[in-house]
Ligand binder design. Structure first.
Ligand SMILES: Cc1cc2nc3c(=O)[nH]c(=O)nc-3n(C[C@H](O)[C@H](O)[C@H](O)COP(=O)(O)OP(=O)(O)OC[C@H]3O[C@@H](n4cnc5c(N)ncnc54)[C@H](O)[C@@H]3O)c2cc1C
Length: 383
């Protein structure tokens, strides 16, 4: 058996998925919490060149992030699948709820998702999901996952759907790891992803100081100086969270803060957050790892560089609909257009949650829409 080590942090959902993946395949591994073991954190950065978790070593091979295709290659992946009654793309709140409803209707269901839990995993305190006064996104999604796994007829795979098409009455999905899924109907629940900064240095420093998951990588910046880019709910949540971990937080906002009062109030209480309103990020700098960010004052055009160890970009979202062009009607924001029953413009394809044009994008609405999409798929299949 190969020697496998997983470098992780406590709240990192991707780390949890790596461990679940290895557990499922009966692979023995050593798990090292680099959020608390600083010497091992230094070693991980030295090995991988990354300030981000998870990092996995398999003998002398270093794997950065939860790379399902690479792990499948090393530990053996699954075969092609189907035909299923329903294929659900995405296992966030919408997809997991849809799966439970499909299972209760005795539909043979496959969920293919890059991770389990979706964006909710990144929320450290959800205070508006009924039944919980306050719950972390990780804990809530673990409950969703447990419920889905406890049901019959649900086949859950960690993978990325890369293409989706139709041949006659059957939908065909191809995944990143080379699997093919056949299904009689599809529920799109693939949510949305972060918008990129689009500045010099972005690709170079991703994982080398630039992070897109504060919940995962935040502990690696304990006592350091970080910048958070953005002025919405996600940016403020991250700034508040990082102000309790980092020594100093620089919040760079392109125009004005546009967040819910509950976050604004908490942000205003923090003493170690310096705010730059009406500023745009123009470049990231460093030498191998990130050391600074340049920002420009929008009116005067004046630039300044702030020395930072990390940058968390929280500047908005785009729906994960690239693979749907030509398959279902999208609106001008590239969201899937649905009616009140979660039906899309293409018979046999349903959609739920943040990938759609519903205005409210929350865990509770995504879960509700997931239930509706499943029931609509059931009606379609039994028509
Ligand atoms: C930092 C943060 C804090 C938040 N706080 C709250 C809060 O306090 N309360 C609240 O109600 N909501 C909150 N939200 C919003 C909430 O998390 C989302 O509205 C909800 O998760 C949407 O669920 P979803 O299932 O539609 O999509 P997502 O959660 O985006 O899940 C989509 C899933 O699809 C997968 N996927 C994407 N593309 C593919 C593909 N091609 N192939 C396979 N899988 C794919 C993704 O990996 C993911 O697992 C927060 C969001 C963030 C980011």
């Amino acid at each position: 058996m190969p020697r496998v080590t997983v470098y992780y942090t406590q709240n990192c959902p991707y780390c949890r998925m790596v461990k679940a993946y290895l557990d499922r395949r009966g692979v023995d591994y050593r798990a090292i919490d680099v959020g608390t073991d600083h010497e091992q954190a230094r070693k991980m950065v030295e090995l991988s060149g990354q300030y981000g978790v998870p990092v996995i070593t398999v003998d002398d091979e270093v794997i950065v992030g939860f790379d399902a295709a690479k792990l499948d290659e090393l530990f053996g992946g699954g075969a092609g699948e189907g035909p299923y009654d329903v294929l659900i793309v995405g296992a966030g709140p919408a997809g997991l709820t849809a799966a439970v409803y499909c299972s209760r209707k005795m539909l043979q269901t496959a969920i293919v998702s890059e991770n389990i839990g979706g964006q909710a995993l990144e929320s450290w305190a959800i205070e508006n999901y009924m039944g919980y006064r306050v719950v972390s996104g990780t804990d809530l999604m673990q409950k969703f996952e447990e419920q889905a796994r406890s049901m019959q007829n649900i086949h859950l795979d960690l993978d990325r759907v890369q293409s989706l098409g139709r041949e006659g009455e059957v939908f065909i999905a191809q995944t990143a790891s080379g699997r093919t899924y056949l299904a009689r109907s599809v529920i799109l629940a693939q949510g949305k992803r972060r918008r990129k900064l689009g500045v010099e240095g972005e690709e170079r420093y991703l994982g080398r100081g630039l992070s897109v998951c504060a919940t995962c990588d935040g502990p690696l910046f304990r006592g350091k100086v970080v910048a958070v880019i953005g002025g919405g709910n996600s940016a403020l949540q991250t700034a508040i969270e990082m102000s309790g971990i980092a020594r100093e937080v620089h919040l760079v906002v392109r125009s004005a803060i546009k967040a819910d009062p509950v976050y604004v109030e908490r942000y205003e209480e923090r003493k170690n957050i310096a705010t730059y309103l009406d500023h745009t990020v123009t470049a990231l700098h460093g030498n191998g790892v990130l050391t600074g960010v340049t920002i420009r004052e929008n009116k005067s055009g004046e630039e300044k560089t702030i020395a930072v160890d990390g940058v968390f970009a929280e500047i908005g979202w785009i729906p994960n609909t690239d693979l749907l062009e030509g398959l279902v009607p999208l609106n001008d924001q590239k969201e899937v257009i649905i009616d009140i029953n979660c039906t899309t413009g293409t018979p046999g394809i349903f959609a739920a949650g943040d990938v759609t044009n519903i205005r409210t994008k929350q865990v509770i609405t995504a879960a509700g829409e997931g239930a509706k999409a499943a029931l609509a798929a059931y009606t379609y299949l039994t028509r």
